[in-house]
Each structure stands twice: as C-alpha cells, then as structure tokens.
Write a protein that binds this ligand. Structure first.
Ligand SMILES: NC(=O)c1ccc[n+]([C@@H]2O[C@H](COP(=O)([O-])OP(=O)(O)OC[C@H]3O[C@@H](n4cnc5c(N)ncnc54)[C@H](OP(=O)(O)O)[C@@H]3O)[C@@H](O)[C@H]2O)c1
Length: 289
C-alpha cells in the first residue's frame, strides 16, 4: 500500500533557492539500501536516479534546482521507494557537512554515495574568472572528497557500502582550454583508485566512473558544446552512460570507462608522448569549423 503524503521542511541550507528546500515522500515500501546522488536534477545523475529507483533503492537526491528534483521524485514515486530531495548548492564550502548533519538528524544511513555533481568551464586559464576556477575545484574536488570522508566511516563500521565518484575521460590527459576541469577529474581518478585500494578488505567498494562526451546540460553550461569533441565525434546518450555507471558500481569495479570508443581512446593515450597527447587534447577541444 502506498502512502503518498508529501511534507516539506525548511532545512536552512547554506544557500537558498526559490523552491521547497526539502520534500519528503513517505511511501509504504522501503528498500534496505539508501542511495545519495549529487547532481540528480539533470543529465547522468537524473538517469542514475531512475535506475536506482527501478531497482527499489530509496533515494536522497541533491542539486540546486529543487523544482526539478521534486518533479523527478514525483516521476519515480511509481516505484514505491522513499525519496528525499535536498535543494543545496554543493559548491558552498559548508554544504557537505550541512548535508551530512541534516541526514544524520533525520536518521538516514547512506549505503551508496554517488558523487556525480560537477561542472567544467571552457576557455584559456589566464582569462578565466577566479570564481569559476575555484568553483570547479570546490565542487569537483573538495565537495566530493569531503562527502566521501563524512559518509565512509559508517560504511566501514557496517562493513558494507558503495561509493561512486564520477570523473571523466578528461582526467587521463592534460586539457588545454579546460585546464582546471581536466585537472579536477585527474584528481578524482587518482583519489578514487587510491582509496579503493585502501578499502579492499573493508566491505566498501569505490568505483571511479569515467564518461566521455555525453548529451546533457554539461557542455552548454561549460561553453564547449561547439567544440570538435562534441560536434565531430558525437556524444553518448545520458541513459546509456548512466547504465554503464550503474553496472560498474553494482559490480564494485574500481575503474570503469563508459563506451568502447572512449576506452580505446584512453588506452591509446598510454603510448603517445605527453606533448603529442596534450596537442591532440587541445585539437579536440577547439571549436569545430
Ligand atoms: N556531459 C559530459 O560530456 C560529461 C563527460 C564526462 C564527465 N561528466 C561528468 O558527469 C557528471 C554529471 O554531469 P552531467 O553531464 O550530467 O552534467 P549536467 O547535465 O550539467 O548535470 C550536472 C548536475 O550537477 C548539478 N550541479 C551542478 N552544480 C551544482 C552545485 N553547485 N550544487 C549542487 N548541484 C550542482 C546540476 O544540478 P543544478 O544545476 O540543479 O544544481 C545537475 O544535476 C559531472 O561530474 C561531469 O563532470 C560529464
């Protein structure tokens, strides 16, 4: 039996948005696993939320756009899972701790943490605004690291848990014209593989998931939607990418690259001289004619 009562709490996040900051759906069926997905209002995170809900996982969905999260929660309510939405700017330095404390106070134990929220900024580094540089580092690196550090101890003590860190094929080489973004994703790969090794006997798995170019709102926000990588080589569908990621995390794979062509591309990088690899990376990031 479903109980579709919807309540809304003012949870005073570090930055407010013009929507209910938290909407809670109380539904009869409760699965044993709760999945926290950052960046669930669009793109890959949105598709991942659908896959987890289909497999009857309870969800905590986080992004700035509370209205989109509420819409997604309504769509997913047919799966009879418990869904919380939290409208929060995860690029605020206090946001990870705020989110953790909020879920603790609600008695929510996170079994699967999906660090998916991220953004890139296109352009020459010297001309980039400081806030855009630091914003990428904050969201893509600091928030991901802090959320992992906050939720990991409980997983270790339960000897069970999964962490999925969404990096990118961008993380395997330097990225002229998106220097900071590529470097943040290199951090995510290195960090995730290292802690996956540290946690190998703990019952907790860490999966670093690397999509290549994907059809989402990412490229438009970054300003690289007219580049060769998107225009000439084409982007994968978000649904397909999310499915690859979902499988990888459920199999507990340490590193997974979405799409055979992306995997081949990443493997090929090993054999090229670094200067050449960087030059090719710049070429694909230049605007298509
Ligand atoms: N698309 C690609 O080509 C591509 C390729 C490789 C890797 N990736 C990675 O895949 C991940 C998902 O990206 P996507 O392609 O799905 O991009 P997207 O469509 O732009 O979605 C990004 C998600 O992150 C959320 N987000 C952005 N800034 C946020 C903030 N400050 N606080 C909270 N949430 C925030 C967005 O929601 P709000 O705007 O509502 O906050 C949205 O839900 C990212 O880590 C990205 O780097 C993407």
């Amino acid at each position: 039996m479903r109980n579709d009562s919807v309540t809304s709490d003012d949870c005073s996040p570090p930055r407010f948005f013009p929507c209910p900051p938290l909407v809670r759906f109380k539904i009869g069926h409760m699965s044993s696993q709760t999945v926290l997905i950052t960046g669930a209002s669009g793109g890959v995170g949105y598709e991942l939320a659908k896959l987890f809900a289909k497999d009857r996982h309870d969800l905590v969905l986080v992004a700035r756009s509370g209205d989109k999260l509420t819409q997604l929660a309504n769509e997913l309510s047919a799966h009879s899972v418990k869904i919380r939405t939290v409208a929060l700017d995860l690029a605020a330095a206090t946001a990870p701790k705020f989110l953790f404390d909020h879920l603790q106070s609600e008695g929510v134990a996170v079994d699967i943490l999906v660090n998916n929220a991220g953004f890139g900024w296109y352009g020459e580094f010297a001309e980039m605004k400081e806030e855009d540089i630091l914003g990428q580092i904050q969201l893509n690196i600091s928030t991901l690291t802090q959320l992992t550090h906050l939720f990991l101890p409980a997983m270790i003590s339960r000897r069970s848990g999964r962490i999925m860190n969404v990096a990118s094929t961008a993380g395997f080489q330097p990225g002229p014209l998106m220097a900071v973004y590529y470097a943040t994703k290199a951090y995510v790969i290195s960090f995730s593989e290292a802690i996956a090794n540290e946690l190998r006997d703990s019952g907790v798995t860490v999966t670093c998931f690397c999509p290549g170019a994907t059809e989402t709102g990412f490229a438009k926000r970054a300003g690289n939607d007219k580049t060769r990588v998107f225009k000439r080589f084409g982007a994968m569908k978000a649904e397909k990418v999310a499915l690859d990621g979902y499988r990888a995390v459920m199999e507990g794979r340490a590193l997974a690259i979405s799409g055979l062509h992306n995997w081949v591309g990443v493997e090929a990088l090993r054999f090229g001289p670094r200067k050449f690899v960087t030059a090719v990376s710049r070429w694909v990031s230049e605007k298509a004619d």
